[in-house]
Design a protein around this ligand. Structure first.
Ligand code: GLU
Length: 510
């Protein structure tokens, strides 16, 4: 039997989770759930200079909102903890020592000024096999001097000693084999004595190994680091348990030119973060999908299809379908255009497919802001919502579309009045009141039949009568089927509104 799939989402707490990071988390989640494996959340906080307070809570809250559940992590616990890198220092010390003792890494004392001087002196300087003998490190200074300097408290780093001239191949489940020559790599810093912390590269691969990660699924921006990671796996003697790599395509600007950035969102008016973010450093606020009125299911569906397709033209899919049908074979190598209009479309689709009573529940707080919601039964609100939901993108749009069900018009759309309110309209509508009063079953169909035959019998112009009627009920010539409106408003309210309209609406040329 294959070993249990273990994937990890490994964000750094350097600010709010970008929507691209959410997509990475989602693909990890889909794969973990499909395979019955484990989804791990690891906090990569080794870069102390970029730490932003509140980020970790934000990440947890965002994933919870989206329904991306975690099996092992800082909050969830698990057998492979700690799940926060700043709590794993001793583990990294141990592993740095393993590489140093094996001669696969070395200590370097070069100061920033010395490095800068070398960069000026040597064109395209890179700290590697061709230059390391020119530098101040344990290879050139010898063991004793190195020890003396360390004991004297001189700051140092540990660098990975990369052997030049060998081909390094990364097996990627989306991209196939990606091969580079080790000579292009520099001797990456693995550890810094200044803050006693490992760098991303060391911590990342040590943790992936110790946490028994089987698939590293992450953004394409990490592909250039992958050959180094392969070499580190080999240096530790872990080549046999190397995870599968999966580098997901970039998210591109809506016009397809270049990587999606926060600025694109600001400029074009869409969020690039799942939740609103209050920046603790400068007090600025960035918008989020949740606060903008998106349903988490819609955001998830939208993101799932940014870089993956189910192999057919399905778009709206349940999470279970996505889990079942997800595959790396159907992930694209090329970047995915971030078409936020499509996200609105998904939101609309999810809202119209939602159970009416549930949608009414989501609308209640908005209704309460505008009207005395206690006056209306849940059933009434549910019916109102069901009649207009085909016209909305966000729950908040329900007030614009259905507000007239909860309060009689106080003003009448001028251009509709001009077009539809004729000299004889008050007379015709007064007659209509009589017709409506005589209807015993005030539901949509019978009301429609009675009113239509009255119009026909008298030879009234259908368009004008119906639009003037609508104007008195809605305040404008828009809204759902008129007899669905009258059914819900009821006879008394319908007639009251017609009377009010007759009293208030002044004909266009008066
Ligand atoms: N900490 C890295 C990040 O913030 C993780 C990259 C990886 O998944 O290896 O994206």
């Amino acid at each position: 039997m294959d070993k249990e799939v273990r994937v990890r989402f490994a964000p750094s707490p350097t600010g709010p989770l970008h929507i691209g990071g959410v997509r990475t988390a989602l693909y990890n989640y889909l794969f973990a759930r499909q395979t019955g494996g484990k989804m791990i959340l690891r906090i990569e906080d080794t870069d102390s200079t970029r730490f932003v307070p509140g980020s970790e809570d934000y990440i947890n809250e965002a994933l919870a909102w989206l329904g991306i559940t975690i099996d092992e992590g800082v909050r969830e616990g698990g057998n492979y903890g700690p799940y926060k890198q700043s709590e794993r220092r001793s583990i990294y010390h141990e592993h740095v020592k393993i590489l140093l003792d094996a001669g696969k890494a070395y200590v370097a004392f070069d100061t920033p000024e010395e490095l800068e001087a070398k960069r000026k002196e040597i064109k395209n300087f890179q700290y590697d096999a061709s230059t390391r003998q020119l530098m101040r490190n344990s290879l050139t200074l010898g063991e004793e001097e190195t020890k003396r300097l360390i004991d004297a408290g001189e700051k140092y780093v540990v660098r990975f000693k990369i052997e030049p001239g060998t081909d390094v191949t990364v097996h990627d489940l989306i991209r196939g084999d990606v091969t580079i020559n080790s000579s292009v790599l520099d001797d990456k810093v693995l550890y810094k004595s200044a803050d006693d912390l490992p760098t991303y590269h060391l911590a990342n691969i040590v943790d992936d190994h110790l946490m028994a990660i089987t698939h590293v699924i992450r953004g394409e921006e990490w592909l250039p680091s992958a050959p180094l990671h392969v070499l580190l796996y080999k240096a530790f003697g872990w080549a046999d348990s190397m995870p599968q790599f999966v580098h997901l395509p970039l998210l591109l600007k809506p016009n397809g030119n270049g990587k999606l950035s926060k600025r694109d969102g600001d400029k074009l008016g869409f969020p690039v973060f799942p939740l609103e973010w209050h920046n603790p450093v400068d007090g600025s606020i960035s918008s989020g999908y949740r606060e903008a009125g998106y349903l988490p299911e819609a955001v998830v569906n939208f993101l799932a299809l940014l870089g993956w397709n189910p192999g057919d033209d399905r778009e709206v899919m349940t999470i279970d379908e996505m889990i079942r049908d997800f595959s790396f074979e159907h992930c694209s190598k090329s970047g995915a255009k971030f078409d936020f209009e499509k996200c609105k479309w998904f939101n609309h689709e999810y809202l119209i497919n939602m159970d009416d009573a549930k949608l009414a529940g989501l609308f209640m707080p908005i209704l309460a802001q505008h009207a005395d919601s206690a006056k209306f039964s849940h059933d009434y609100v549910t019916k109102a919502v069901s009649l207009v939901k085909s016209r909305i993108t966000f729950v908040k749009d329900l007030w614009d579309q259905a507000g007239f069900f909860f309060e009689a018009p106080t003003a009448y759309e001028e251009k509709d009045v001009r077009k539809r309110w004729k000299d004889d309209t008050p007379k015709v509508l007064t007659e209509l009141i009589g017709v409506l009063e005589g209807i015993a079953d005030f539901t949509s169909k019978p009301s429609e039949e009675t009113v239509m035959s009255w119009i026909e019998k008298n030879g009234y112009p259908l368009g004008n009568v119906m639009n003037a009627f609508r104007l008195t009920l809605v305040g404008a010539c828009r809204g759902p089927h008129i007899f669905d409106i009258t059914e819900l408003l009821g006879k008394e309210e319908t007639i009251a509104r017609i009377k009010e309209g007759i009293a208030k609406i002044k004909k266009a040329d008066a």
